[in-house]
Write a protein that binds this ligand. Structure first.
Ligand code: SF4
Length: 235
């Protein structure tokens, strides 16, 4: 007989949650959505910014300066103006110029394809040594474009995994970047589907404020639901 939800180990619970959301949203093919340099710089632009405004900033930057070299050599004020649809354009412009300078100085071209041949740990260390590139940006680039077995944890993945009880309420997003992949098979396709499905779940059902638990396939295994349903929350 299969174990009841309360008898699952944390790994079993994590796998069960992954399988249920994969059934719910459908398994995704894991394919890079844009080229490697664009993924890195666009992800830097995306911090606290909608996808639409991130794209606007990216295309405006190229329209104005024409190439990575042009962007690197652009006066800071003009780059700030070009990416103004993105939030915090001043530090982002400064960091983008520094990142492009570093890549060119190290590689002699604007290209980060070499990350494919590095170990996951070395690629993470290199990316997070770039100005303005934190764990979330580095894991997004490595998972989405280089198929490395890492887990990006944004605000939605963090909130939903905490509510379900896969990580504790005290676990920071930073710590969750290492805890969550340890509970899953180290396969990029699994981690990619987990990341995207938990992100969608946080945007559509397990939203900020009152989650829509009545629509959720995780309700019977969710700590938040068990602790709050008596009070009528989430219906
Ligand atoms: S049951 Fe409610 S709180 Fe739990 S994961 Fe689903 S929507 Fe979120």
């Amino acid at each position: 007989m299969a174990a009841a939800p309360q008898e699952w180990t944390l790994k079993e619970k994590t796998w069960e949650a992954h399988c249920r959301l994969q059934d719910f949203y459908g398994e995704l093919e894991h394919k890079a959505r844009r080229d490697n340099m664009r993924e890195l710089i666009s992800t830097m632009l995306s911090h606290r910014t909608t996808h639409k405004d991130e794209e606007k900033a990216y295309f405006r930057m190229f329209e104005k300066f024409g190439s990575w070299q042009g962007i690197r050599d652009a006066p800071w004020e003009e780059l700030v103006e070009a990416i103004a649809s993105s939030r915090f354009p001043e530090p982002k412009a400064a960091n983008i110029k520094k990142v492009l300078t570093r890549i060119y100085e190290e590689r002699g071209e604007y290209n980060i394809d070499f990350l494919q041949d590095m170990s996951t740990e070395d690629a993470m260390a290199w990316l997070t040594s770039l100005p303005g590139v934190g764990l979330k940006t580095a894991t997004l680039v490595l998972l989405f474009n280089f198929y490395k077995p890492v887990m990006p944890v944004d605000t939605h993945v963090h909130r939903v995994t905490q509510r379900v009880g896969l990580i504790s309420g005290k676990t920071t997003a930073e710590k969750a970047h290492t805890l969550l992949p340890d509970m899953l098979p180290r396969e990029s396709k699994v981690l990619y589907n987990f990341h995207v499905h938990f992100l969608w779940h946080g945007q559509r059902i397990c939203v900020w404020g009152t989650p829509r638990c009545w629509e959720c396939p995780l309700a019977d295994m969710c700590d938040w639901y068990r602790n709050n349903r008596k009070a009528g929350a989430g219906r």
